[in-house]
Design a protein around this ligand. Structure first.
Ligand SMILES: Cc1cc2nc3c(=O)[nH]c(=O)nc-3n(C[C@H](O)[C@H](O)[C@H](O)COP(=O)(O)OP(=O)(O)OC[C@H]3O[C@@H](n4cnc5c(N)ncnc54)[C@H](O)[C@@H]3O)c2cc1C
Length: 413
């Protein structure tokens, strides 16, 4: 009989795991996917274009119901798992239903950070994580509301762009002196801020939030310097926290995320974690690509499939950020500030809003930042990941792959 495999969380990592596993070992497990959200799994990345009105809600579904049925997956919607009994190998749902497992995968994702600011519970103070958030935010934007987005990272920028495009009057507040400070150097961030401002979003840097004001709904954001920014809606987009309560209550090792090894296994060999809830070698990732790589490794392990005779193992992901804000392309990967011992090659065209910076170490590409023109991003990411010698194409590097591809990189390698 097929071994029962329960996946907790019906998000992007869970869907990819079912996909990868069913390609390798269809029928080996009897799979149940339990999701707290009351709908089929969807592509969370597409919430930003959904907010902007560039796509419609049906477009974000990852797989149709028939796809899940064809793989024999039991789907439980709109019900959260409330507990895991590792000794009995069961999970208990919030309504008391108990289900046995042979293998258990935690793919519970994250929840948005919402610091305990005074006034944080007022209606109109929101976060940006799911389809319900998008529906509410769009309703405000479409009636031209004044909206303050707190957080100038990837999520805050996407929220500001979507809300502005949908008709909102948006101000973006950021705590430090530059946007996307974990991905961009000062010059790249400055260009991005200028481009966003030119498109009608007010950007206010070095702005620490003190709390929210309002009688029975939010009416403004109070900053530490005493300024009050009027707002009908406030969207807090300052980061996420992995959903680890289940794992912690089950006695598993948890730091920021559920601690897993290279096989994506927790300290209990029958319990695994993938996606944003997992912590691997001290890293918790907040992006899709690592979640997909982890899902693939786990699928191979669960299917007993080896690659060239070796067990599949996850070695960590090199993070790259690639997004478009208000039509401005931004790409960042690897080392983006040139630290000691690094050299830089830069192409800048401030009038056209283009900035392309490459950080080199010992003849290898260690990182790059592209703002305004992200052409060649995947080519550069490949060079960073491969660690190959790029001395021969150094001068042509900023101009993209076609300039570098006339054989010299091959000769140099
Ligand atoms: C607006 C937005 C834009 C983004 N843009 C990008 C981008 O451009 N590029 C990028 O790489 N990443 C982006 N991300 C991040 C990306 O969406 C996540 O990295 C990805 O969704 C992680 O997948 P996951 O399966 O780990 O978590 P999720 O997709 O969040 O799925 C987890 C699921 O588990 C459910 N769950 C939690 N606890 C329980 C429980 N106890 N019982 C049952 N179900 C439970 C949750 O309800 C949720 O449905 C974006 C995120 C957002 C919100």
């Amino acid at each position: 009989m097929a071994e029962p495999l329960i996946i907790v969380g019906k998000g992007m990592a869970a869907t990819r795991l079912v996909d990868e596993l069913s390609q390798r070992a269809l029928g080996r497990y009897s799979i149940a996917v339990i999701g707290a959200e009351g709908r089929l799994a969807y592509n969370r990345v597409l919430l930003s274009p959904l907010l902007a009105g560039e796509i419609a809600e049906p477009d974000i579904e990852l797989k149709p119901a028939a796809w899940w049925r064809a793989r024999g997956v039991s789907m439980i919607y709109g019900r959260a798992v409330a507990g895991v009994d590792r000794a009995a190998r069961t999970v208990t749902l919030e309504d008391g239903l108990v289900l046995p497992y042979g293998k258990l995968v935690l793919a519970t994702g994250s929840k948005p950070l919402k610091p305990p600011f005074p006034g944080g519970d007022l209606p109109g103070v929101a976060t940006f994580r799911d389809t319900a958030d998008v529906g509410m935010m769009r309703a405000y934007a479409q009636r031209g509301a004044r909206i303050v987005v707190i957080g100038g990272g990837l999520l805050g920028l996407e929220a500001a762009y979507g809300l502005s495009k949908a008709g909102g009057k948006v101000t973006l507040l950021h705590l430090v002196d530059r946007l996307m400070e974990r991905q961009l150097d000062a010059e790249g961030a400055g260009l991005l801020a200028a481009a966003i401002t030119a498109r009608g979003i007010a950007v206010r840097l070095n702005s620490a939030t003190k709390g929210f004001v309002g009688a029975d709904k939010v009416e403004g954001v109070e900053l530490q310097d005493g300024t009050i920014m009027p707002a009908d809606l406030v969207v807090i987009a300052i980061g996420v926290r992995p959903n680890v309560d289940l794992a912690r209550a089950a006695g598993l090792a948890v730091n920021r995320g559920v601690v897993v090894d290279d096989a994506m296994a927790s300290e209990d060999a029958n319990v695994f974690a993938i996606g944003e809830c997992a912590e691997h070698r001290g890293q918790v990732y907040g992006l899709v690509e690592p979640a997909y790589e982890q899902a693939r490794v786990l699928a191979m392990r669960l299917a007993g499939q080896k690659s060239a005779g070796v067990e599949a193992a996850y070695a960590g992901s090199l993070l790259a950020t690639n997004l478009k804000v208000s039509g401005v392309g931004v790409f960042s990967a690897g080392e983006f500030e040139a630290g000691e011992g690094a050299e830089i090659v830069v192409l800048r065209d401030p009038t056209a809003g283009i900035y392309r910076k490459f950080v080199l170490r010992e003849g290898r590409l260690a990182g790059c930042v592209l703002v305004g023109d992200t052409q060649g991003a995947l080519f550069y990411l490949g060079l960073i990941r491969s660690g190959q010698d790029i001395s021969a194409i150094r001068a042509d590097l900023p101009f993209g792959e076609s300039y570098c591809a006339d054989g010299r990189i091959v000769e140099a390698a």
